[in-house]
Design a protein around this ligand. Structure first.
Ligand code: AMP
Length: 358
């Protein structure tokens, strides 16, 4: 255990949502304490973490106090303000690293990075003004999607263009935020790979999952995904290349479109990912434990899958059907402890075990 983060050390987690909650549980299982930093009061992770700091990302003193009380820092979301990172980074190591964060915080940087590795993305063009919008529509064509460069998630900050006539409205929808126009990719289905890289460069990927979205929010992930052997190999190799190029430590989600011409990378998330929740009941070591292992300097699990799984997100009022799942002996229920069910709010998920790994 000589190179491991000593047992009993404290892992600092930025963000106290459901991902922070499940990371805290995994840390505890491996003998670590967790300390969550979260601006909102009574976040889901508060129930299961050792300590909670309730403060803003602008509050430098709170950030410093938090950093001094932890041994290593990780996060559950990628939009951490950079000045907060400056403060934290001076005091403690942060995994995954700054490069992974800056690459994924901006859709333009992300796409430039992916294409520099020779990976395929949707055609894209930067849009900061009406003139650039006209140029972008001319280069990228329609149909297309205009997306804010930063702070988009679950399909938020996006406007669709069926024809060039929709350009004006789409640009207005961005409310002045810098944006990127993406050509519409004609895909048969969407898959994602949850990959991990350890401190000494071991790379392991879970089997790709097949994702179905509803209203821009992930609805189900099913493993195994419909992929040929060649597509599955490609998905895993391209994820490994991304992890290596970023000198990454931790778990990452890579979202892919499956097209007739091959795999197209939609986006990368430098954190544990909703489409990786199936690993909790499909693998001996799930994505949360894998992440804690990586940032604590442990060897990684090989990620093998023992069961076929369908993960179903419980969004808003879906939580009302919990009785039905509770009576199903093949359904593992994971709830986030959120008191109010609002439309679009992720309340929990159910991993339905479909059978032994096929
Ligand atoms: P995003 O927030 O970029 O992950 O987009 C949310 C969802 O919108 C994706 O999961 C896709 O279903 C769809 N989408 C995003 N970008 C494109 C694109 N360039 N072409 C086709 N569909 C897209």
């Amino acid at each position: 255990m000589s190179d491991y983060l000593p047992l009993g050390s404290t892992i600092g987690i930025l963000g106290g949502g459901q991902l922070g909650r499940m990371l805290s549980v995994a840390a505890a299982r491996l003998g670590y304490r967790s300390h969550v930093f979260e601006p909102a009061k009574a976040p889901p992770a508060a129930h299961v973490s050792d300590r909670l700091t309730t403060a803003d990302y602008e509050d430098d003193e709170a950030l410093m106090r938090f950093a001094e009380q932890v041994d290593v820092i990780t996060y559950e979301f990628e939009n951490i303000p950079s000045h907060a990172l400056d403060t934290l980074e001076r005091l403690r190591p942060i995994h995954p690293n700054r490069k992974a964060l800056t690459t994924s915080q901006d859709r333009l940087t992300e796409k430039d990075f992916l294409t520099s590795l020779g990976l395929r993305t949707a055609p894209y063009a930067v849009v900061g003004s009406a003139a650039e919008m006209a140029d972008a529509v001319a280069t990228v064509g329609t149909p297309a999607i205009l997306k804010t460069r930063r702070f988009g998630y679950d399909g938020k900050g996006q406007a669709r263009l069926q024809t060039p006539q929709d350009a004006k409205q789409a640009l207005a929808d961005m409310a002045g935020a810098p944006a990127l126009l993406e050509g519409f990719v004609s895909f048969s289905h969407e898959v994602s790979v949850i990959g991990a890289r350890s401190r000494d460069g071991q790379v392991v990927c879970y089997d790709p999952g097949e994702n179905v979205h509803r209203n821009g929010i992930l609805h189900t992930t099913t493993v195994p995904a419909k992929l040929s052997v060649a597509q599955r190999t490609d998905a895993v190799i391209l994820t490994g290349r991304i992890l290596n190029a970023l000198d990454y430590v931790g778990v990452m989600g890579v979202e892919l479109f499956v097209t007739a011409g091959g795999l197209v990378v939609n986006e990368i998330a430098p954190r544990v990912h909703n489409s990786g929740h199936w690993t909790q009941n499909g693998c001996a070591v799930d994505q949360f434990e894998q992440h804690i292992r990586a940032i604590a300097g442990w060897p990684l699990s090989d990620g093998r899958r023992h069961s076929d799984i369908e993960m179903l997100n419980l969004i808003g009022d879906d939580i009302g059907s919990i009785d039905e799942f509770a009576r199903d002996p093949a359904a593992a229920i994971h709830l986030y402890g959120k008191s109010q069910a609002r439309p679009g709010r992720k309340m929990g998920h159910v991993n339905k075990v479909l059978g032994p790994a096929s």
